[in-house]
Design a binder for this molecule. Structure first.
Ligand code: LLP
Length: 425
């Protein structure tokens, strides 16, 4: 029996002609739980985390998983048990972390538009830090904290103005982006934060974008952030921690991003050289921890040959896998059972009534109706961005741990979807 690994996803491999997640055959999962179905490998998540942990060995560093990438409670449990904190961006995400037993001190709160209610709740549970993104937010947070009789711990998210060379929708550290406080305004914002009675300045953070596949933008951002650390501290405002955000990319289509430990070796060398090596470090990775730990299983429903294009119509759609429609993103596709039938070239599309509902273009596939495919690298920003468009229920999710299978989310029913709606009298 031959075992062969799919690029980028070593925990998903063929045994003979059958695709497995760890020790579980994916076709069996599709039969048992239906499609579309998200399947996650716990070993893959822990291996991705271990690369960061190796990179930080011997340092004061903490990893805050950015749960926007995949916020299923089962996934959060894996990271909580492995010692991670969490980077949240909404009150909803806060409640998810609390639901898996996360403590306030393990939570940092990012995002440009925190509401007063979200701030109150975060203060109530004693979160570790608010990553504040504007001077206006500083004023509101200070007022909310004073009302609660507290001082809110704050870090300012600074915008280092470096180009992460990724898709424009997921670049966040350039001047024209809505995120962060401009480099040139940061010192003023820190002075204001230090004088506001409801705030306690504890750190600095940045996040320059997502799906970054080279080290250079990180090194540039680090230099820019350290320049600010120097000037903020020279102004008499000490910074306990430095948070370098997330953003490390994964291989979707042969990209070769640096491994997390290799990247951090470079970054730590730079920190050491500039004399900040013993500072408390934080990071907020999302995609690189879960992206290649998940696949989405889908069944081929119809083949529709055409003059210009052949279409392979599957039962997963843009509501399940929004990244191709939103970012023209590439996700590899692999048959759950390999055969030697002749291939044809297809656009793989879903049932949603939009021309934008495609999952892959010009793919060579040997498929018949009833066959099953895995849409690869679907662990990050797929289920967490899924919608009910066309009143399609969101998919079920299972987590595989060696030969064990845990259903971590049931398929959403029509009744689930209609629950909050009220007919007119
Ligand atoms: N921290 C902050 C403040 C963020 O805005 C993000 C992602 C992260 C951490 C985690 O970044 P990661 O390590 O996952 O790259 N939906 C898009 C990605 C949007 C990323 C938004 N911010 C996609 O599917 O490509």
């Amino acid at each position: 029996m031959t075992a062969s690994t799919l690029p980028g996803q070593p925990h998903f491999q063929y045994r003979g002609d059958e695709l497995f997640a760890e020790d579980v055959g994916l076709a069996d999962l599709a039969r048992a739980h239906g499609t579309p179905l998200f399947v996650y490998s716990q070993a893959s998540m822990l291996a991705a985390l271990a690369a960061y942990q190796r990179g930080f060995a011997g340092r004061k560093a903490k990893i805050f998983y950015a749960l926007k990438a995949n916020s299923a409670l089962g996934i959060l449990q894996v990271f909580a048990r492995a010692g991670c904190g969490f980077d949240i961006v909404s009150g909803g995400e806060l409640e998810r972390v609390l639901a898996v037993g996360g403590r306030g001190e393990d939570i940092i709160f990012s995002g440009v538009g925190k509401t007063r209610a979200e701030m109150q709740r975060a203060l109530q549970v004693g979160i570790r830090c608010f990553n504040v993104e504007s001077e206006a937010e500083l004023e509101v947070l200070s007022a909310v904290a004073l009302q609660a009789g507290q001082r809110a711990p704050v870090s300012l998210r600074v915008n280092p103005d470096v180009d992460p060379k990724t898709h424009p929708y997921i670049s966040t550290g350039l001047k024209g982006n809505k995120f962060g406080i401009a480099h040139g305004d940061a010192l003023r914002a820190y002075r204001r934060a230090a004088e506001l009675p409801g705030l306690k300045v504890v750190g600095i953070d940045c996040h320059i974008g997502s799906q970054i596949t080279t080290s250079a933008p990180y090194l540039d951002a680090m230099d820019r952030v350290l320049d600010l650390v120097a000037s903020v501290e020279a102004a008499g405002i000490p910074l306990e921690h430095i948070d370098f955000g997330g953003g490390l990319g994964i291989a979707y289509d042969g990209e070769q991003p640096p491994a997390a430990d290799a990247l951090w070796q470079q970054l730590l060398a730079r920190l050491d050289a500039r004399g900040y090596g013993d500072r408390q470090l934080m990071i907020e990775p999302g995609r690189s921890l879960v992206g290649n730990a998940g696949v989405c299983l889908t069944e081929v429903m119809y083949l529709k040959p055409g003059e210009q294009k052949n279409f392979c119509i599957v039962d997963a759609a843009m509501n399940d896998l929004p990244r191709p429609a939103m970012y023209q993103a590439y996700h590899a596709m692999a048959p759950l059972r390999r055969g030697d039938a002749a291939t044809a070239t297809y656009d793989v599309v879903g049932p949603v009534c939009e021309s934008g509902d495609w999952l892959g273009r010009d793919r060579d596939l040997a498929v018949q109706p009833g066959d099953l495919l895995a849409v690869m690298s679907a662990g990050a920003y797929c289920m967490s961005m899924a919608s009910n468009y066309n009143t399609r229920g969101r998919a079920a999710e299972v987590l595989v741990d060696r030969s064990q299978v845990h259903v971590i989310r049931e398929r959403e029913s029509v009744a689930d979807q209609l629950r909050n709606e009220k007919p007119l009298p």
